[in-house]
Design a protein. Structure first.
Lengths: 233, 233
DNA sequence: CAGTGGTCTAGACCACCTA
DNA sequence: AGGTGGTCTAGACCACTGG
């Protein structure tokens, strides 16, 4: 593991163990450098990581301080990767409605840089949190990259399989969001009424080499939809 | 201006001038180093910035490539700062409904680390985009930090005033989002119907030293609410 | 003005991609 | 194998904060 990543983890753990609160002052840079036997740059990089993650903030001339947010149960929009870790420990499950190989819609093809003649895996799922519907998810995977999928994989995490089973490296993603009203079919799946609000997130996931491999359209149950971002300076 | 910031700007301009598209390969690191007469670390930092901004992506062993997103008119959620630059060039205006000094609600007090006995500036505005309502915004400013506001300031940008006029430094922010139904009053201001969807964003803005100075609650017109995030690796 | 974090450099070595 | 970006180091110097 990378040294700066390792250090970042240990500093985060340091804060966690002691249950330090917002504004608590942490040991100064020099002290961490000595503790980890690392260079100043490496520590700076580790701290930068934690800063972007919203764990600390640094004030030049003053010190390093703990940063916390107060609210629980919000889904982080900045922690990349298929399904978010903020809901770990929450009872999540999912039901697969459809899974097959087909031709993509024009919309999906365009977002995946494919033609409507290329093959994609299509997956439609409903996700639950504590027995309540969380979202309805439709995904299109470029079949020439994600060469195989089955029900078992799709019931767990496709991303884990892509990384572990296929040995691919997920790089970055574009995420587009908007709000609208549910149509009858969506309302049915989510256990809501037609015309109720919906929060829609369309995501395109790319490999590290820039190839898009997954286009997903997720319709959230507005009652369960709470998100947050900790923005940096 | 910082050297790495300057370099990042120039590289971005390089891409813009030439109208380079997604996947276009840029000159290699060494070349930029020579061109800017800077160290490798400085260039790495500049490129990292552009990577986080979603302008490029880097592939080890391969090169540096242009990254673009396809959709226009979406508001970026990661570009910090009061009102977003993605809407520059769009015809924005705002109408001030209320502006006074008062005691905060319990909710506002809690988010600003104040008591309900402390003074805050309260601002209520409607914002328009091309004559259409974009959002309804209620803001609470800690009066011991933002010591003075008037209608003129509030009609323009409070953030510019806080930075320029008061010489304060904005550091970071927490942003919480959820979806719900409009009540009658909100619907009235936005020109929509009671029960229509709403997208609510609550933001807490902090100075670089960690003091919260602004709590804002923004209710978006769902027809105009389109957001995006370009997430990094 | 002492203490603290931020920028920048020069260079060694490593990990990954392409061919 | 050759080329490319990523990590890490050691150290100089700078910019800001707070007593």
């Amino acid at each position: 593991m990378l040294k700066y990543q390792q250090i970042a983890d240990e500093i985060e753990q340091y804060i966690e163990e002691r249950g330090l609160q917002q504004g608590h002052k942490l040991p100064v840079l020099e002290e961490w450098i000595a503790r980890f036997d690392a260079s100043k740059s490496t520590l700076t990089k580790a701290l930068e990581l934690l800063e972007r993650k919203g764990v600390i903030f640094q004030v030049r001339g003053s010190g390093i301080f703990v940063r916390r947010h107060k609210r629980k149960g919000y889904i982080s929009l900045t922690s990349n990767q298929g399904f978010k870790k903020d809901l770990e420990g929450f009872k999540l499950s999912s039901k697969v409605l459809e899974l097959d190989v087909r031709k993509p819609t024009r919309e999906a093809a365009s977002n995946l840089n494919l033609t409507v003649e290329d093959d994609v895996y299509y997956v439609k799922r409903v996700r639950y949190i504590y027995e309540q519907t969380l979202c309805l998810e439709e995904s299109y995977f470029n079949k020439s990259i994600v060469t195989y999928l089955n029900r078992e994989i799709v019931e767990e995490s496709v991303f884990e399989y892509v990384k572990g089973g296929l040995g691919l490296k997920v790089g970055f993603s574009d995420q587009y969001m908007h709000v609208d009203k549910l149509n009858a079919e969506e309302a049915g799946h989510l256990g809501l009424q037609k015309g109720d609000p919906k929060f829609v997130m369309e995501s395109i996931f790319y490999l590290t080499n820039g190839q898009p491999f997954d286009f997903s359209k997720v319709t959230y149950n507005y009652v369960q939809s709470q998100f947050f971002i900790q923005a940096g300076g």
